[in-house]
Design a protein around this ligand. Structure first.
Ligand code: ADP
Length: 215
């Protein structure tokens, strides 16, 4: 199975689609946001630095992000293919990633750009609830995305949490960073001939389009 890279503004559905793909195609799901959230709990200077970046909505340094990524890519579950959710986020990261792929003898695969309007992204952020155990995403302010039981994950029964960076102020910083640093990646991957664009908000329709791309 081909590796997949998602490029998208915050709350465009990268995480949701990654989980659907993981379940159906047995792909490893690598979310750099999740790797960094875990590393931010370490009682160290590095943990504190990461925590501050996450709280403020700023990107973490390439060195730290890439170190965590390489460690994750070496795990066995990546052999069957993997999804990168949140990486690369800058053209510099994309260029470094191309060297890493050569070193690890892995393929780039396909790059999928999920585009959604800023207003919809904001609405999703404000009510977003995530399952810390299986990664499933719900929304307590959007009827079709509410969990069946309030605050409980439909999939694994774990209590749902709100991310500390899911508020309007941090969202605006994250969105701005996305426009400035991540959007230029679209041209980079277009030039490599590996970019596919999806302009749809409905979760099932997005998933169908992704399946068409990876078939
Ligand atoms: P979202 O896409 O909704 O912003 P993520 O979980 O992908 O959520 O990212 C959360 C935060 O983690 C980002 O705001 C940033 O601080 C950090 N982060 C994630 N991926 C990267 C990356 N590739 N490079 C630097 N920082 C990152």
């Amino acid at each position: 199975m081909k590796n997949i890279i998602f490029i998208a503004p915050p709350a465009a559905g990268k995480g949701t689609q990654s989980i659907l793909l993981r379940e159906k195609y047995n792909l490893a799901h690598i979310s750099t946001g999740d790797l960094l959230r875990e590393a931010s709990l370490e009682d160290s200077e590095r943990g504190q630095y990461i925590l501050n970046c996450l709280k403020e909505g700023n990107l973490v340094s390439d060195d730290i992000t890439i170190e965590l990524l390489i460690e994750r890519l070496s795990k066995d579950d990546c052999k069957n293919g993997y999804i990168l959710d949140g990486f690369p986020r800058t053209v510099e990261q994309a260029i470094q990633y191309e060297t890493i792929l050569k070193d690890l003898n892995k393929e780039l695969g396909v790059v999928i750009f999920l585009d959604i309007p800023k207003e919809i992204a904001l609405k999703r952020i404000v009510g977003r609830q995530v399952c810390p155990s299986c990664g499933a995403v719900f929304n307590d302010q959007i009827d079709i995305s509410k969990p069946k039981i309030q605050n409980i994950c439909d999939i694994c029964g774990h209590e749902l949490q709100k991310r500390k960076d899911d508020n309007e102020t941090t969202f605006n910083i994250r969105f701005e960073t996305y426009m400035k640093k991540t959007e230029p990646l679209i041209k980079h991957y277009e030039e490599l001939g590996v970019l596919y664009k999806i302009n749809e908000v409905d979760k099932e329709k997005v998933f169908k389009q992704i399946e068409e791309i990876i078939k």
